[in-house]
Design a protein around this ligand. Structure first.
Ligand SMILES: Nc1ncnc2c1ncn2[C@@H]1O[C@H](COP(=O)(O)OP(=O)(O)OP(=O)(O)O)[C@@H](O)[C@H]1O
Ligand SMILES: [Mg+2]
Length: 423
């Protein structure tokens, strides 16, 4: 059982860990018999999972002794909550040496109910997290820890399945609960980013409208200028909302793509023409280098256009005056074409590269704000590339520029049909 609160769990002597053969990840060996026992008698067992956020950082900063004392405190706190937040007999908690997580199995659903609902589990999970957070933070403060300690939590239902060994069921539940706790975090960040993005233009609209109402309306020239600002900000809001809708529809696979034979070189040339005036305002030139040998591809022209506009717009935004942005097209692996957008701009730090395709992700707030970016363009572009059966990737060097590369299969996302006849 390791360092965590041996006494509280002594009625479950075989607490320990099995490793999953495939992944090498620990599975919760300790309670498999119990879970098995209950799954023979009912359809479901509730599964709740808690882990200490960034426990490894605590360990690095405060050392092993303190961090393990904190884990032990959490284990004891959990034991003290038995019979209060959940029925005594329903709890089996697990933690182990070097592990920073706890698990609760709820063997029976709340009174009067035949099965668990997500909200039953969520309620218990929230209350446990609340209590654990308070208790562990009191202890942490008394040990001189300055940071606030938080818990991730996740929950899921383990459903009886005679075909699947109980080890696998528990392991899958653990994986799913951990994944879900990550998703909750993504959602929270998403909503807070969204609120910020919506608030900025709204504050602006409200401010100008109020000043106009307070009397500035009398000055016709001024009034016209400010109404102009209001209208621009409203347009910005509209674009933001449309783009957001786009991302979420694409994520839900609800966007229809219209595939037709498409000349990628032509699309690139058009994009360059459209953005030329914009680029020359920042002193940047655009060039298209392609080959006539490029085959037509199965693509959605409007959507591909959207990708190119964003890639070139980005490249121009982050390029110094006097430099060149190049759109380079060519043949990739057999059956594939590529389009690269190269710039000699600021570049992107290696540590940020994997993240720039996330919604709302911008390298630094100041940078984005100066350019009015919202961090949506690349996430949309990536989804569009994937919907074509292709991919969007990036390589970059700080200070010397970036290359965004769109790889597309000539035949689009379709599985080849009629191959057998050909063979
Ligand atoms: N060519 C580039 N050079 C340097 N940084 C880039 C480049 N392209 C993108 N980035 C970084 O990636 C971030 C995300 O780009 P993305 O296109 O998604 O958003 P954006 O351009 O800020 O806003 P918008 O939603 O209007 O496109 C940018 O804010 C920028 O920090
Ligand atoms: Mg962009």
């Amino acid at each position: 059982m390791g360092s965590v609160n041996r006494e509280a769990f002594e009625e479950y002597p075989e607490v320990g860990f099995l490793r999953d053969e495939l992944t090498g990840l620990p599975i919760l060996n300790s309670v498999l018999e119990q879970v098995d026992f209950h799954l023979q008698r009912r359809d479901q067992v509730g599964f709740l999972y808690f882990d200490v956020v960034q426990f490894h950082l605590l360990k690095e900063t405060y050392g092993r002794e303190i961090s393990e004392a904190l884990l032990e405190e959490s284990g004891q706190a959990l034991a003290r909550l038995r019979g209060r937040l959940f029925r005594d007999r329903d709890l089996v908690a697990v933690g182990g040496r070097g592990t920073d997580y706890f698990v609760i199995f709820l063997f029976s659903p709340p009174r009067h109910k035949a099965s668990f609902s997500q909200s039953d589990l969520k309620m218990v999970s929230c209350r446990v997290v609340q209590k654990l957070t308070n208790l562990i933070n009191e202890k942490a403060a008394s040990l001189g820890v300055k940071e606030k300690i938080d818990f991730h939590s996740g929950y899921t239902v383990i459903v009886h399945d005679p075909e699947t060994p109980v080890e696998r069921l528990v392991y899958e539940a653990q994986k799913e609960a951990a994944l879900q706790s990550d998703l909750d975090e993504v959602l929270v960040t998403f909503v807070s980013n969204l609120t910020h993005e919506l608030r900025t233009p709204l504050t602006c609209i409200k401010g100008y409208a109020e000043t106009l109402l307070e009397g500035a309306l009398e000055d016709r020239d001024l009034a016209r200028r400010w109404l102009q600002v209001i209208s621009e900000e409203a347009e910005r809001l509209e674009r933001l909302i449309n783009d957001l809708l786009d991302v979420s529809m694409m994520e839900a696979q609800q966007v229809e793509f219209h595939f037709e034979p498409t000349d990628l070189l032509l699309l690139a040339q058009r994009t360059a023409e459209v953005l030329m005036p914009h680029a020359s305002k920042s002193g940047v030139t655009l060039a298209v280098r392609g080959t006539d040998a490029l085959p037509l591809i199965q693509g959605d022209r409007d959507r591909l256009n959207q990708v190119l506009l964003n890639l070139v717009d980005n490249a121009v935004k982050y390029s110094p005056p006097g430099s060149e942005v190049i759109l380079r097209l060519g043949l990739g692996a057999p059956g594939w074409v590529f389009l690269e957008v190269l710039d000699r701009g600021t570049g992107i730090p290696a540590s940020q590269l994997p993240r720039i395709f996330e919604r709302f992700y911008r390298i630094e707030k100041g940078r984005g704000a100066r350019h009015g970016g919202r961090g949506l363009g690349l996430s949309i572009a990536k989804r569009i590339a994937e919907a074509h059966g292709g991919d969007l990737s990036v390589e970059s060097q700080m200070g010397s520029g970036s290359v965004f590369r769109l790889d597309l299969p000539v035949r689009g996302p379709f599985i080849e049909e009629g191959r057998d006849e050909e063979d």
